[in-house]
Design a protein around this ligand. Structure first.
Ligand code: UDP
Length: 235
């Protein structure tokens, strides 16, 4: 399959990494590692931003001051990063873990120049720790990291096939929106991707694809521009 984008940043939400068995679902990590390997074999250069909603979200910890809650949330993304790295390495895929909140001996500090070098040489770079700052989300981190490593697109793995005018779980007749400008996305008040993230992507002409990564080959189809909804982008 011909890839539309060669270097991409894949955003994996914590929501899809956790399962019924607990916050870290072996089957989910295995699936994502497998799919990342497949895309890499097809010639894609992939950076990954992992979310942390399966471990903790700042807003769900009201007994903590918000800054502390968000810090716990960001540290949750680091757990996902450590696990994903292991699943990639187990498949023989070279993988680097960088964190906005680095931990000596576990995850190095985010370094876009080193990350670009690693991506060019075929390694997968996992970015954890979000932006390192409270009050934003890993969607915003995904856009910032994508811009920092010259990724051509952000691919956000979602539980639904793309952007809908309404929540398709609550309203089954909601229509899929195949293409929107960042301005239209924000005006409609959609929430699949964080508004701040969409605004930054829009200002920098970085396209975002929202797609369902629910089966083998879905990531490759998204990289080929054949899957999901597109926010921004040319032509
Ligand atoms: N978070 C943060 N700053 C960031 C990224 C994340 O404070 O740059 C916190 C925030 O509390 C968030 C939590 O970490 O709720 C987990 O991240 P997110 O909700 O983006 O994870 P996802 O929904 O992708 O699983």
């Amino acid at each position: 399959m011909r890839l539309r984008w060669k270097r991409a940043l894949l955003k994996i939400s914590g929501e899809v990494l956790g399962g019924k068995e607990g916050p870290l679902d072996k089957g989910a990590f295995s699936f994502y590692a497998e799919e990342i390997g497949r895309a890499r074999e097809a010639g894609a250069e992939l950076a990954v931003v992992v979310g942390g909603g399966n471990v903790a979200r700042g807003a769900a910890l009201p007994f903590l001051p918000p800054t502390a809650g968000h810090t716990v949330g960001m540290l949750g993304t680091l757990l996902n990063g450590v696990v994903l790295r292991e699943f990639l390495l187990a498949r023989g895929i070279p993988a680097l873990l960088m964190s906005a909140l680095p931990v000596a001996g576990v995850a190095e500090a985010v370094d876009p120049w080193r990350a670009k070098e690693a991506l060019s040489s075929g390694a997968v770079v996992i970015f954890a720790g979000g932006t390192g700052d409270p009050y934003v989300t890993t969607d915003t981190a995904a856009v910032i990291r994508a811009l920092s490593v010259d990724a051509e697109v952000v691919l956000k793995a979602s539980k639904v096939p793309g952007l809908f005018e309404d929540d398709p779980h609550k309203n089954p007749s909601a229509r899929l929106l195949p293409r929107l400008s960042p301005g239209e996305y924000l005006a409609r008040g959609l929430r699949v991707m964080d508004g701040a993230a969409v605004a930054i992507a829009g200002e920098n002409a970085l396209p975002i694809v929202i797609f369902q990564m629910d089966r083998e080959g879905a990531l490759l189809e998204a990289l080929a521009g054949k899957r999901g909804s597109l926010i921004g982008g040319e032509g």
